[in-house]
Design a protein around this ligand. Structure first.
Ligand SMILES: NC(=O)c1ccc[n+]([C@@H]2O[C@H](COP(=O)([O-])OP(=O)(O)OC[C@H]3O[C@@H](n4cnc5c(N)ncnc54)[C@H](OP(=O)(O)O)[C@@H]3O)[C@@H](O)[C@H]2O)c1
Length: 342
């Protein structure tokens, strides 16, 4: 009988989503090959090694997207690969790639090629972003009537609430996701199934001892952090509302995509939508101690098109966390990590 315990690889295993995913996979009895950029980083290594079952089932590998061949060893012998890592900041010393987009695209190609070469990897699951799926029309003039898996964010337009960092992120996530999905059409890699999960803003709990950037965005109206708040406004500008998903649901969705006997293609992965004002209303009602100033409400009106998130649900996935639970858990995390000056 085929064992239900698999050998899997998680790139970016010590990151926000990566570490929660590694923990869940270990709890379910899988053997996990997790990559990080620097095995000499003792705080990240000891954090991962302290996870339950890590002593017997976790193997760490050093691999950097700027040297993408380094992932081959971690992928070898695995049945499933979760490509979670992404370069957030450009490595200026790189002579090979001019920016994070070139590095991210080369990274997914190299990882997908390693999966094909391994002859053991059945499925590559890529952690994509809903920021790559704006319903904005390619010429920037108006929106499509529905936001679904057919939408791709135009990467050469300029946006009111964006900046160089956010545009670089959107461009790298969009082009890397398109590149990895192209392996589903490639005759030479027809043994490999590629799934991309275009995730909404991830919040709730964390295993790390600091809040992730995405939790920072969700709490920005309470902390008064304008840089993170600008991230929320940019999301609303290109998507109309803020798509949100709990960290636990996002990792369950990744594992769901592994457990399906057959699965490939692009899936939006978000439990709920809320506008900036709806999030502010929730905080005012449930956390009246915090005062949200006018600067942290409103925001550019984005598209008012319909959203269709049902593709993943039709495959059988069930979200467990609603808006209240996502925001309550985020506030609790913020309090535990001391981000508020209460
Ligand atoms: N959080 C969200 O709201 C959200 C929403 C949609 C999609 N996503 C996607 O989810 C993934 C994880 O994001 P996160 O929120 O968990 O962020 P994070 O905590 O910053 O994690 C980023 C990960 O990428 C790794 N990384 C960065 N540069 C790298 C490089 N040059 N080579 C290899 N690894 C590199 C980091 O590894 P080191 O430990 O070695 O630094 C880290 O593990 C990303 O692909 C992101 O686009 C996140």
């Amino acid at each position: 009988m085929e064992s239900s315990c698999k050998k899997v690889c998680v790139t970016g295993g010590s990151g926000y989503i990566g570490s929660w995913l590694v923990k869940k996979l270990l709890e379910k009895g899988h053997t996990v090959h997790a990559t990080l950029r620097n095995l000499g980083d003792t705080s990240k290594v000891s954090f991962l090694k302290s996870l339950p079952n890590a002593d017997t089932r976790l193997v760490l590998f050093q691999a950097d997207i700027y040297n993408p061949d380094e992932f081959e060893l971690a992928i070898k012998g695995c049945e499933f690969v979760f490509h979670v890592a992404t370069p957030m900041l450009h490595s200026p010393q790189s002579t090979q790639y001019k920016d994070t987009t070139e590095a991210a695209v080369a990274g997914v190609k190299s990882i997908a090629d390693s999966c094909v070469r391994s002859q053991t990897v059945k499925r590559l699951i890529y952690t994509a972003s809903v920021m790559a799926s704006s319903p904005l029309k390619e010429d920037g003039l108006g929106f499509k009537s529905c936001l679904d898996e057919s939408c791709w964010t135009p990467v050469n337009l300029s946006y009111q609430h964006s900046n160089d960092f956010m545009m670089a992120y959107v461009k790298s996530k969009t082009l890397a996701e398109k590149e990895v999905l192209s392996y589903n059409e490639d005759q030479n890699s027809d043994q490999l199934e590629v799934v991309t999960l275009a995730c909404g803003l991830v919040a709730g709990g964390t295993l790390q001892n600091y809040p992730s950037a995405s939790i920072g965005c969700v709490l920005s109206q309470l902390t008064g952090n304008l840089i993170y708040y600008e991230g929320l406004r940019f999301l609303q500008e290109i998507l109309g509302t803020i798509p949100l998903i709990h960290i636990d649901d996002v990792c369950e969705a990744h594992i769901f995509c592994m457990e399906k006997p057959v699965m490939k293609g692009r899936f939006l992965c978000s439990a709920v939508n809320a506008t900036i004002n709806e999030i502010a209303d929730f905080y005012c009602e449930n956390y009246p101690k915090f005062k949200i100033t006018e600067k942290f409400t409103g925001g550019v009106e984005g598209p008012t098109c319909k959203w269709d998130y049902t593709k993943l649900v039709k495959e059988g996935f069930e979200y467990k966390y609603d808006l209240k639970k996502i925001l309550d858990d985020s506030v609790e995390t913020g309090r535990r990590l001391g981000v508020f000056s209460e």
